[in-house]
Structures are given as C-alpha cells and as structure tokens.
Design a protein around this ligand. Structure first.
Ligand code: BES
Ligand code: MN
Ligand code: ZN
Length: 508
C-alpha cells in the first residue's frame, strides 16, 4: 500500500487538481441534520432517505455555491448519541472509507472539525478530543488494508487510494490534526507489517523470514538487533525452546530488538515477548485437519511485537523497550519431540512433554528466563496465541489478561477500553499449578482441559521471579478471524499492537 497520510488545511485541499481530495468523509447523528458548515448540503436530494443509523451511508455529489469543496461527500451515520461508543465511531469511519475504496478514488479526507463538532453536539464528552480524533481517523485507515501479495487475478480489488488527508477547517485544530496524522501513520504502517506477516503462509513466513523482517525494521529505525539461532539457543541451555524446532526443517530464531533512547541506557527496559510459531501443526500430537491452515498465524504475538516496535520508533518513544520474537515451527518429524520426552529449560527446571501441541509455552518459558537474566526488566509483557481454551472462554474479540501487578493491569484495561484492543483479567492463582504436575519431572507442559488458559499462565509463571512485574496476554481468540467486517479484512487483525504500544509509550 503506497498511502500517504497527512494533515492538511481545508483550503489547501482544493488549490490544484492533483491535490484535490475527491471525497470528504463527514458524520451525522440519527434523525439530526448534519452540521451546517457545508452550504447546500442539507438540501441535497441524496439525503432524502438518509436516517443516520449506525453504519448507514449517504453518497452526495456536491458542489458548494462558490465551487470550492470536494465533489463527493460521504456521510456516515452514528446512530443515537445515547448509544454512542467508540466502536460505533470506528465502524462508521471504516464503513465510509470502504465506500471510498469501492469508488476507486485516489484521494480522500476525513474532516476532523466536522467529526468533533458533530460528536460534541451529541453531548459526547467522556472522551478527549485526542482520543476521538485518533479512533475515527485510524479506523478509516484500517478499512484500507488488504492482503494481496499472492493474488495474480482480480487486481481491481486493490486499493487505489494514494492520499488520506486528516483535514482541519480551522487553524486551532491544526495541531490536533498533525498529531493525529502522525499517530495514524505510525500505527497504520505497524499494523500493516503485523498483518502481512500474520496472513503470510508458513512456507514463506519462516523463522528466517521473521528475522529478516525484524532486521529491516531495526536498520530503518535504529534498533540494536541480536539473533539467537538454533545453535545458540541450544548452547545457552534453552532446552524447552529447542525441543519445539527440532522437528522442523526451518530451525528457530529468537530475535531481540532493543530501543534505547539517549539517556535511558541505565534504565530498566520494558520487555515485550511474542510467541512466533510460524506454523503449529501440533507436532507428534498432531492437530485435526479442519482449520489447521489457520495455524500459519500462530506467530501473531511476535508479529504484533514487531509492528509495535516499528510504531514506537516512528513515534519516538522516550522509554527503553526490548522486543523479543520467539520464532520456531512445530512439525512432526523423526527428530521431533515426542510425548513423554523430558527437557531441561534455561531456568534449570525440567519439563515433561505430555502434549507436543502445547509448544508455545516451551518457547516462551526459556525466552522469559533469558529476558529476566539479560535485562532485569521493569516489566515483561508476553503476548501469545497460546490456548484454544482462552478462545472458548472469551470468544474471538477479547484477549485473556493474566497479570500479577495491579497497577499494570489497571493501566492496560483503561488503555484497551480506549484503543479497542480489549483484554479481560483471568486469575493466576497458584492452585491451578496442581494441574501441571508431572510424576517424573518438575512440571508437565500440558494440564487438564478444564481451565486450560489459566493452566498455561501458571506454567509460564514458574519462570517468572517473585518480584518481577509481568503480564501475559493470551490472544488465541482475537488475533485471527476468518470473518471480516468494515474495520478488518478476514484474517489477521493485528490485535495487541495498540495495547502494547500504549504500554510502551505511557507506562511509568
Ligand atoms: N496455537 C495453539 C493455540 C490456538 C488454538 C491458537 C486455536 C489459536 C487458535 C497452541 O499451541 C495449542 O495448540 N494449545 C493447545 C494446548 C493444549 C495441548 C494443552 C490447545 O489449546 O489445545
Ligand atoms: Mn500448539
Ligand atoms: Zn501454538
């Protein structure tokens, strides 16, 4: 996608034919006349049947009396102010942008003042202007994503938009428009990277390809990068991690990106660790065939960490951050781990492999130990498509949040409420470790089916020191969805990037 996202003044939108925006996105409440700042708009016959219901659109071919302004106005319904929520705004903006896409336009703008003015008139005062601007603007951009890398036909599906303008009519809004555009640019390109990796097939997006993607981000933005390959992973003693890639032709990569702004060299970093299983067949405990192709997205956590790294760098994050991608592939093979095998983790604790399909926790546990030993982190946040059980518990929109630090949990809950990456707390009470006991090793990698998401969190907790601030996010539900909507194409969702970005930028 070659898309330019920029803030621009209304008057500048129409000075020349090749800068002219072809459509302006506006908003309206149900049964309420849209704002008066577009002379003549209200009299348009195109609005005759427009009610302003959520996700309703009106396409108005428009000519202002003085011949200025866009040729098209796309008016998006917001419904009733009493039922307003950020998801309503997001869907409205995305639905409008889908229309732009369908019309194959090259340049479109969202009129920031009009959006904020409409929301204000509806009495929406529980969100800051910054949040409203951000969510509206970014959701419109989200509607532009599509994964076309391997399509050789139907090229007309491709998005033609080359310019997405955040338009301000009045100068006082200029700063907000610019701030919003910067944010939307950073997050949109991060999300694109995350989704492209996640939608990419496992024969192409291998652990080596993940390393390459990380190296590209590192070189572009000035991260220090370090990669542990098969040999190093074995040599440092990550026996659990190595067991996972033993059956794969592609090997494993623990990729580490360090973001150290000047002056933060001696501060404890925030570590974000993503599960990066480029394919999870289940291994010898092989998965059923139905839906197995979706396991190309079992690296969604690592992809979200990398996308977040790109975004935080373009936003000039002031904090020291380490991104870790624990990449491997889980395959059945003569060299693959078997049920009953016992491996020794980097922490020294031994693990009996009772189910080779519980592989995510094996790459994560050694990476967690490595993170603690190497960085003495201020906090470790791991993110993983870890358990089908979490998807069963919370469905496909919400992640499971397991956190031993009340303040961090509160921060993440509030952030998710505003950015849409919602995660819900589940307990990490030690009783459930009972489910993870082995009669021959320190623990088993698979427990009872009941409480599977909590069991997995308890497994990880064995590798976290008592005084280490830690959060585990299980994104098996929301990371990948074969049902799409206005905001997202079917497939990868990029879930977690924004939640982690907010933590990286703002958690003190
Ligand atoms: N990657 C899967 C979890 C998963 C399932 C993610 C569905 C997304 C959608 C994970 O490696 C796995 O297989 N977990 C097992 C654990 C069990 C064997 C203890 C599971 O959830 O069944
Ligand atoms: Mn698995
Ligand atoms: Zn997995």
């Amino acid at each position: 996608m070659n898309l330019e996202i920029k803030a621009i003044a209304w008057d500048e939108c129409f000075v020349s034919d090749d800068s002219k925006i072809e459509a302006a996105i506006l908003f309206a409440w149900e049964n309420t006349a849209p704002c008066e700042c577009f002379p003549g708009l209200l009299e348009s016959p195109a609005l005759k049947d427009f009610k302003g219901k959520p996700n309703e659109l009106a396409l108005v071919y428009y000519q202002a009396p003085d011949k200025s302004g866009p040729e098209r106005i796309i008016l998006a319904g917001l419904g009733n102010p009493a039922e307003f929520s950020l998801p309503v705004l997001r869907m409205a903006a995305a639905t409008a942008m889908r229309k732009v896409r369908e019309l194959k336009l090259n340049r479109a703008g969202l009129v920031l003042d009009q959006m904020l003015c409409t929301l204000q008139k509806g009495g929406i005062d529980r969100f800051s202007e910054e949040v409203l601007a951000r969510e509206g603007a970014i959701s419109a951009a989200a509607a532009l994503y599509a994964y076309n890398r391997f399509r050789t036909k139907n090229k007309e599906r491709e998005c033609r938009l080359t310019e997405y303008a955040i338009v301000y009519k009045k100068t006082p809004r200029r700063e907000l428009a610019e701030k919003t555009a910067t944010f939307v640019r950073a997050v949109t390109s991060g999300l694109q990277l995350t989704k492209d990796l996640c939608n990419g097939p496992a024969n192409i997006i291998t652990p080596a390809a993940m390393e390459e993607a990380a190296a590209t981000v590192a070189a572009r933005y000035g991260f220090k990068i370090q990669v542990l390959r098969e040999r190093e992973i074995r040599e440092v003693g990550m026996g659990a991690y190595a067991a996972v890639f033993n059956g794969s032709a592609f090997g494993g990569r623990l990729v580490i990106l360090e973001w150290t702004p000047e002056g933060t060299e001696h501060t404890a970093p925030l570590v974000f660790l993503g599960k990066g299983l480029t394919f999870d067949s289940g291994g010898i405990s092989i998965k059923p065939a139905a839906g197995m192709h979706e396991m190309k997205s079992d690296m969604a956590g690592a992809a979200a960490v990398l996308g977040m790294c790109e975004a935080l760098a373009s936003l000039n994050c002031p904090n020291r951050v380490v991104g870790m991608l624990a990449c491997a592939e889980n395959m059945p093979d003569g060299a693959a781990m078997r049920p009953g095998d016992i491996v020794t983790s980097l922490s020294g604790q031994t693990i009996e492999i009772q189910n080779t399909d519980a592989e995510g926790r094996l790459v994560l546990c050694d990476s967690l130990t490595y993170a603690e030993q190497t960085y003495k982190p201020k906090a470790i946040i791991d993110i993983a498509t870890l358990t089908g059980a979490c998807r069963v518990a919370l469905g496909s929109e919400i992640a499971g949040m397991f956190c031993t630090d009340e303040e961090l949990q509160k921060f993440a809950l509030t952030a998710g409420e505003l950015n849409g990456d919602r995660a819900w707390p589940l307990p990490v009470w030690d009783e459930y470790f009972e489910n993870m006991k082995s009669i021959v090793a320190d623990m088993s990698n698979a427990g009872s089916r009941e409480g599977g998401a909590i069991n997995a969190a308890l497994f990880l907790k064995q590798f976290i020191s008592k005084d280490q601030t830690w959060m585990h996010l299980d994104i098996a539900g929301p990371a990948y969805n074969e049902k799409g909507n206005a905001l997202r194409e079917p497939g990868a969702t990029g879930f977690g990037l924004r939640l982690m970005l907010d933590i990286a930028m703002g958690w003190k």
